[in-house]
Ligand binder design. Structure first.
Ligand SMILES: [Zn+2]
Length: 420
């Protein structure tokens, strides 16, 4: 029986040690809320969950009309409170991004738990299938969570050991794919007669012309030429934990048209207490002047080394860029520049809360989303009210709705699908 089986320790195949991340995800503590658990709740239990998330308790309910904190009068017949001071009524979602909702709370909680559980992000189409509802419903839910994080999480100053890095994102033919049916192009007639050399010549010529046409965006000194029109630079600003193996503890993200000093300055002003901090960047000229406002500025030249002679590195900011790439290339596929920040903030939140149990992660995300007032970006979206600005640094810029106008084409009024 023992024939060919190795028995000595030395001859056993080497087993890889599980990483700290793997240990965490396999642990019992990593999961403290599940879809079957929520599905077993009554609507009243879902309500109690959200009372705790939004107000802390029934004793400390805050009236969205006048702001008074009190044990307001609860009306069980329509599930609303009546304010003890101003007399107006409100529900658990009044005055939040989820105001005027139509779906039951159980669906909302289930959907948002599924969204939280997907570590890299979740396609709206997948959630639509899970919940058997409309695409618009789940798409707007997800976007409202992102809005909550943009307005309630990606704010405030960081201090301490700060890493900053910009990464090229978007601008990969994203515009031409929007609102246009993706049908295959008809085969060009007469292509067989053309010689191969001639075809290649015209092909190269066409590519050159296309590139020139596309390069109408900002000039980038590092890139050495004008960037494609839809290209954006995604900046990650991260605070190191200062403990080995623990990575970054807080992240702020911002979008700019180029990696230049004015853009970097605007971002640092918004997100970093500069005199109280150390700055770690690559050798991009964007940070050279700005670095002097910090206690110290350490750089690492990435084309030559991962880490400088004194251990200078930008690994946490790089880790964030890698995470965003995973979300865009693996899940969301073709993020419109106008909404790039929203997805980037989602990724930052997921990264910062990676070691929280999933139920706590959900509570935190919902608390933030329910603390920024009603939705400014997505209210009335399905009726054609779209955000008209792109939230970039140094200043937001106008960004009209992309795609065909919704419900306004007179030719389609009678026979087309309802406007959306
Ligand atoms: Zn009131």
């Amino acid at each position: 029986m023992s024939g060919h089986r190795a028995t000595t320790k030395e001859s056993l195949p080497v087993r890889r040690q599980p990483s700290e991340t793997a240990k965490w995800h396999m642990s019992r503590e990593a999961v403290d809320l599940s879809v079957p658990e929520i599905q077993g709740w009554t609507e009243a239990q879902c309500h109690e969950f959200l009372v705790e998330v939004r107000f802390g308790s029934r004793e400390t309910v805050s009236c969205p009309h006048c702001g008074s904190v009190h044990r307001h009068y609860w009306r069980g017949h329509d599930n609303r409170w009546k304010c003890a001071f101003c007399g107006k009524t409100f529900s658990i979602t009044s005055g939040t991004v989820f105001a005027h909702r139509k779906r039951p709370l159980k669906d909302l909680l289930t959907g948002m738990l599924m969204w939280i559980n997907s570590a890299a992000g979740q396609p709206a189409l997948e959630l639509k299938r899970h919940l058997d509802t409309t695409y618009n419903t789940v798409f707007v839910w997800q976007q409202k969570m992102r809005e909550g994080l943009v307005r309630g999480y990606n704010v405030g100053l960081l201090s301490g050991d700060i890493e900053m890095d910009g990464a090229h994102q978007a601008g990969r033919r994203s515009k031409e794919k929007r609102g246009v049916p993706q049908v295959s192009r008809p085969v060009e007639t007469g292509a067989e007669e053309k010689g191969l050399t001639e075809m290649m010549l015209t092909q190269t010529g066409r590519m050159k012309a296309n590139r020139k046409k596309k390069e109408s965006g900002a000039f980038d000194p590092e890139f050495g030429r004008k960037l494609p029109k839809d290209r954006r630079i995604l900046f990650a600003v991260r605070k190191r934990s200062g403990r080995p193996g623990k990575g970054a503890v807080a992240t702020r993200v911002a979008v700019g048209l180029s990696e230049t000093s004015p853009v970097a300055e605007a971002i640092l002003k918004d997100f970093v207490a500069m005199p109280e901090s150390w700055l770690n960047t690559d050798t991009s000229p964007a940070y050279q002047e700005l670095g002097r406002r910090f206690m110290d500025h350490r750089t690492v030249e990435h084309s030559k080394e991962f880490s400088g002679p004194k251990g200078q590195n930008n690994n946490q900011a790089e880790e964030y860029n890698w995470r965003y790439d995973r979300a865009e290339k693996g899940i969301y596929l073709n993020i419109e520049p106008k909404y790039l920040l929203d997805y980037a903030v989602e990724t930052a939140f997921r990264s910062d809360t990676r070691r929280l149990p999933n139920g706590k992660q959900l509570k935190l995300a919902l608390h933030v989303a329910m603390s920024v007032g009603e939705s400014l970006f997505w209210k009335g979206y399905t009726r054609g009210h779209h955000r008209k600005v792109e939230l970039i640094h140094p200043a937001p810029q106008p960004a009209p709705a992309s795609g065909p106008p919704k419900g306004t084409d007179p030719r389609r009024r009678m026979d087309a699908r309802p406007p959306r």
